[in-house]
Every structure is written in C-alpha cells, then in structure tokens.
Design a binder for this molecule. Structure first.
Ligand SMILES: [Zn+2]
Length: 171
C-alpha cells in the first residue's frame, strides 16, 4: 500500500515529538498499531488522525509565534539562500533587533546562516551584475559591518579603467 495522507501526517507528528514511544503516548495507541499506521499498512481511526493533526498544528503555531519572516535587501536585490535560492528567511527576533550575528533560517530549506554571511554572499552575487552595483554593495556591506549609517559616496570617483581597445564603444 502506498503512503497515504494519514501515514504522512503520522510521520510528521513523529518527527515533531521525537520518537515512537512519545507519539504512542500522545495518541494513546499501541506500538504495533502505530507501526502499521506509520508504514501506511492500515488507516488510523479518525480520532487518532485528528490528534496527530493537532500535534502538528500546535507545533506550527508555536513556530510562527517565535519566528519573524523577513527579507534581506541590498538596494533592490533580495538576498538569496545559498542553498536553495529562496529569498525568505526567519529570525528568532523581530527585524528591528536583527544584527549581523543574528542567525537567520531559510524558510524553504531550513539552512541557518548569520545575516552578515548572507550579505557577503549577496554582495558576491551582486558583483556579477556590474561595477556600479559592486560599489553600492561594498558601501552597504561596510556600513552594515560597522553599524554606521551610509556616508555620501566618494569611492565612486575611483579610477574607472578604460581599456584602450574599447575606446569609443558607443553604439
Ligand atoms: Zn534555503
């Protein structure tokens, strides 16, 4: 028999409570029954199923209470998870209290990464997109590192090397 929504729900509840003994107590069922249901070999009664759903719902509600979804922006670029490329993260503290050492977790794959590391990753992404972005990224990065506000840009004047072969590249 293929895995059913019932067995998947029980497996999810199992990963939340930790082990089969604890799940068995929470659901008030025998170990043998639970094993069968987990394997999808038979279908649990509705009241057992609903108790498993309840375990999951409570868990998700408490996770939602303790995490704050946020996006990390640099200019118009959202930071992406190095692992799965999503742009949504969660932190255990509200966005206003997030600093570079705050551990963020990717809402999609669960990767944990410090905000500062994420910004470094983002700035290397941005670097692929052009020199103007790099300057902006570096300014934002150093501002983020020192925690000070952005100063007016002077680095913009840094020598923009002109390739002799490329002179008059107006099209
Ligand atoms: Zn991810």
């Amino acid at each position: 028999m293929p895995h059913t929504v019932h067995s998947r729900t029980l497996v999810r509840a199992l990963t939340i409570v930790g082990d089969q003994d604890r799940l068995r107590e929470r659901l008030n069922v025998s170990a043998l029954q639970l094993d069968w249901w987990l394997k999808g070999l038979s279908r649990p009664p509705d009241d057992v199923f609903l108790r498993a759903v309840d375990i999951i719902a409570r868990h998700e509600a408490s996770e939602a209470r303790t995490s704050h979804p946020l996006q990390i922006q640099m200019g118009s670029q959202p930071a992406r998870c190095p692992n799965c490329d999503t742009t949504f993260f969660a932190s255990a503290v509200p966005e206003t209290e997030v600093n570079n050492r705050t551990q963020l977790s990717c809402l999609s794959c669960g990767l944990k990464i410090a905000r500062g590391d994420l910004i470094v990753h983002l700035s290397s992404d941005v670097a692929k997109q052009g020199a103007a972005h790099v300057v902006a990224a570096k300014r934002m990065l150093s501002a983020a590192k020192s925690g000070i506000r952005l100063a007016p840009a002077k680095e913009n004047a840094t020598s923009q090397r002109k390739d002799p072969n490329e002179s008059g590249s107006d099209r």
